[in-house]
Design a protein. Structure first.
Ligand code: CP
Length: 302
């Protein structure tokens, strides 16, 4: 059992392995049905989403229900935050109703960590600003392991807006704990050289073709325009330098996996031909989101 889940950086490798192993039990069986689990019967999970989300929010809700628990969804616009209530007061109010856990997405990096110090209710980070998105990295690892024997020794290229990506950070922390060779690639303003120092095994490459050559996994990232202060971002030009097209796939290993956390912007960071190709596991990532979040909820709530 763990007290909440705030990030991957401080999560021991054994905990990660335990979550990934348990998630297999929550994947659909051969005929597409699910084994029945009741581990959250009588438990209530509050889903506090103060930034937009489709995949994370829905999969946490399904995960809670599939385990027999109750999920209560709160969004920013429909809550008293829109009437001026502070985040601390909102969280204290929610905690006073004694939910068993709070799943939280917030635009400020570190918001869940700050609140976790003040609340006894376990907090699961569903994405905080540009900092971490731990359950995304866990579901990405589960998706890779469904197709590769192990993570050790793989070469993974993470391409796009690394600077603003919580998905990239959590993936780097996770993959680095398992001896993966990680290449970060994107335009220089979005991939500052100091990112090479955030974890062992990380290198930087600004040439997308070199980054992809010999890769086992290509993870594409969305350009996070909402976190940039660049009104003149060259959207059209971006694809010609850092958009994933069929010709890139031939540079990678023949069994390369193409991943993207979503939402994807077709024609900006990835072509439709690649996103919908046999090499793409984007919808498998979404499917594993439910299984992995079930494993996380079970581990946090016991
Ligand atoms: N990958 C991800 O976090 O997607 P959502 O923003 O739709 O939850």
């Amino acid at each position: 059992m763990i007290q909440g889940l705030l990030g991957i950086e401080d999560l021991p490798r054994e905990e990660i392995e335990a979550i990934l192993d348990r998630a297999k039990d929550f994947q659909p069986v051969g005929d597409g049905s699910f084994a029945q689990f009741d581990r959250l019967r009588g438990k209530t999970v509050v889903l506090l989403f103060l930034e937009p989300s489709t995949r994370t929010r829905t999969s946490f809700e399904i995960a809670t229900r599939r385990l027999g628990g109750d999920a209560i969804l709160i969004s920013g616009a429909g809550s008293s935050l829109s009437k001026g209530e502070s985040l601390v007061d909102t969280l204290n109010t929610l905690a006073a109703m004694r939910p068993d856990a709070i799943v939280m997405r917030h635009k400020a990096s570190g918001a869940p960590h700050f609140l976790a110090r003040h609340l006894r209710t376990p907090i699961i980070n569903a994405g905080d600003g540009t900092h971490e998105h731990p359950t995304q990295a866990l579901l990405d690892a589960r998706t890779i392991l469904d197709r590769k024997r192990s993570l050790e020794g793989l070469r993974v290229a993470i391409i796009g807006d690394i600077e603003h990506s919580r998905v990239a950070r959590s993936n780097v922390y996770l993959l680095s704990k398992f001896g993966v060779d990680i290449v970060l690639c994107g335009p220089a303003p979005l991939v500052p050289p100091e990112l090479a120092g955030i974890a062992p095994g990380v290198s930087i490459e600004y040439d997308m073709r070199k980054a992809i050559r010999g890769c086992d996994v290509i993870m594409m990232l969305r350009v996070q325009l909402e976190r940039q202060h660049e009104p003149d971002f060259p959207r059209g030009e971006y694809f010609s330098f850092y958009g994933l097209a069929p010709e890139h796939i031939e540079l990678a290993r023949p069994d390369v996996l193409v991943m993207h956390p979503g939402p994807i912007n077709r024609g900006r960071e990835i072509s439709s031909e690649v996103a919908d190709s046999q090499r793409s596991v984007i919808l498998n990532q979404v499917e594993n989101g439910v299984a992995v979040r079930m494993a996380v909820l079970e581990r946090v709530l016991g």
